[in-house]
Design a protein around this ligand. Structure first.
Ligand code: SF4
Length: 352
C-alpha cells in the first residue's frame, strides 16, 4: 500500500477510535495545526518543522556554505530553537557563533542571558555577551522610567530596539559574520507587515522580508529562518525536543508596545480564519516582488558621528535616541531619581 493511502487508512480507522491520529503514521497525534489541518505525532511534527526551516533557508537563499553565521540569542524560544536547528543542520558547513545582548532588565534579562549562555555551552557554540550598560552607559531599568515619564520621546521598545539593532550590527562586523540570524517568526513578520501599512511606512515595508536589511554599506544582512514558522509551533518544537529556553517572566516594559495591539488583532483573526498570518506574509512577498524599483532608491549612508554605525543622518537611530533623552534632561533625573515604575500590567513578549 502506498505510504499516503496507508496513512489515510490508519486515519480512517482511528477516526472512530478516540483521539486524533498522526497524518503520517496513524499513532496518537500530539499536535493539530488548524490551517492544514495537519495532525502529527511528536516525531513527525519535528520532521515537518525541520523540513520547513531548511526549505525557508533554500527558498530565500539566506546563506551559502562557509559563510559565518552570528545568531542574536535572547534566550527565548525563537532564537534558541534557531540556534539548535542551525547547529543540527549547518554546523559542518558554516561557522556559527552567538551574540547575547543584556539590555539590563533586572529579574528578566539577566535570567534569559543565563539560559542563552547555557544553550551555547551545551552545543559547544562560541558566544559573546554585550550589555547596554557597557556600550551605552545606561541600562533599560534606568532608561525606561525616564521614557515613560516623557511619552513625547517615543515608545520604550522603539528605544530598546534601536539600541539593540545597533549593537547587533556593530558586533556582527566585529565578529566577522556574513549573516546576522534572528529568531523572528511568522507571527512577528505578519505583525510587521500590517504595522507598516497602518503606519504608512513604505520604506520599512519594502525593506522587510526573510533576508531583511539590504546588503548596503556598513550593514550585515539580517536573516530569519523562522520566517514562515508560526510562533506556537516553535514552542511545541522546543517542548517535544527538550530544548530549554527562558520562558518565565516577560519584559516589564513590553506592555507599552503598540505591536501588542497588532498581535491581539492577528491572533484573533488566526483563530477565526486559520492561515491568516501566512496569507499576510505571502501577500507581502508577492507585492514586494511586483514593486517597481524606484530610481535612486539606493540609500546614501555615512558613519554615525558618535558610534560609527551606518546612518542616513548625522547620528544613527540608537545615538539619536540617547541624545533625545539627554536633551530632555531626563538623564539628570536619573542620577537623583528613584527607580519607580507604574503599576505592573500584564506583559507581552515583543520585538521592535
Ligand atoms: Fe526591549 Fe521592549 Fe523587548 Fe523589553 S519588550 S527587551 S523594552 S524591546
Amino acid at each position: 500500500m502506498a505510504k499516503a493511502s496507508k496513512a489515510s487508512a490508519l486515519r480512517g480507522k482511528k477516526a472512530f477510535a478516540g483521539p486524533p491520529a498522526c497524518d503520517k503514521c496513524g499513532e496518537k497525534a500530539a499536535i493539530t495545526l488548524a490551517y492544514g489541518p495537519h495532525r502529527f505525532c511528536e516525531k513527525h511534527f519535528s520532521s515537518f518543522f525541520e523540513a520547513r526551516f531548511r526549505k525557508t533557508i533554500r527558498k530565500y537563499k539566506l546563506f551559502r556554505p562557509r559563510e559565518k553565521l552570528l545568531v542574536a540569542l535572547s534566550g527565548g524560544k525563537d532564537s534558541v530553537v534557531t540556534l539548535h536547528l542551525l547547529h543540527k543542520f549547518y554546523s559542518k558547513s558554516n561557522p556559527i557563533e552567538a551574540l547575547i545582548i543584556n539590555e539590563g532588565v533586572g529579574g528578566y534579562r539577566d535570567l534569559a542571558v543565563g539560559a542563552a549562555a547555557k544553550n551555547c555551552e551545551k552545543l559547544g557554540v562560541d558566544y559573546r555577551i554585550v550589555s547596554f550598560e557597557e556600550e551605552f552607559g545606561i541600562t533599560n531599568d534606568e532608561l525606561m522610567p525616564l521614557i515613560l515619564k516623557n511619552p513625547g520621546l517615543g515608545g520604550t521598545c522603539a528605544f530598546c530596539g534601536a539600541m539593540r539593532r545597533s549593537l547587533m550590527n556593530r558586533y556582527a562586523k566585529e565578529m566577522k559574520a556574513k549573516r546576522l540570524v534572528t529568531g523572528h517568526n511568522l507571527d512577528d513578520e505578519a505583525q510587521s507587515v500590517v504595522m507598516n501599512v497602518f503606519n504608512n511606512d513604505y520604506d520599512k515595508f519594502v525593506r522587510a522580508g526573510a533576508g531583511a536589511g539590504e546588503a548596503a554599506w556598513g550593514f550585515v544582512k539580517r536573516i530569519k529562518p523562522l520566517y514562515e514558522t508560526p510562533e506556537k509551533e516553535v514552542l511545541a518544537y522546543a517542548s517535544f525536543n527538550g530544548i530549554r529556553h527562558y520562558s518565565e517572566e516577560c519584559c516589564p516594559y513590553s506592555w507599552t508596545a503598540k505591536r501588542n495591539e497588532f498581535r491581539e488583532m492577528l491572533d484573533d483573526f488566526e483563530k477565526r480564519f486559520p492561515g491568516t498570518k501566512y496569507s499576510i506574509v505571502r501577500f507581502f512577498e508577492s507585492a514586494k516582488s511586483k514593486l517597481p524599483k524606484k530610481k535612486g532608491e539606493k540609500r546614501d549612508l555615512a558613519a554615525c558621528g558618535r558610534c560609527g554605525e551606518p546612518t542616513e543622518r548625522e547620528l544613527c537611530g540608537a545615538c539619536l535616541q540617547i541624545e533625545k533623552v539627554l536633551n530632555k534632561g531626563a538623564l539628570k533625573e536619573r542620577r537623583g531619581g528613584k527607580r519607580k515604575f507604574g503599576a505592573k500590567k500584564p506583559c507581552r513578549p515583543t520585538r521592535e
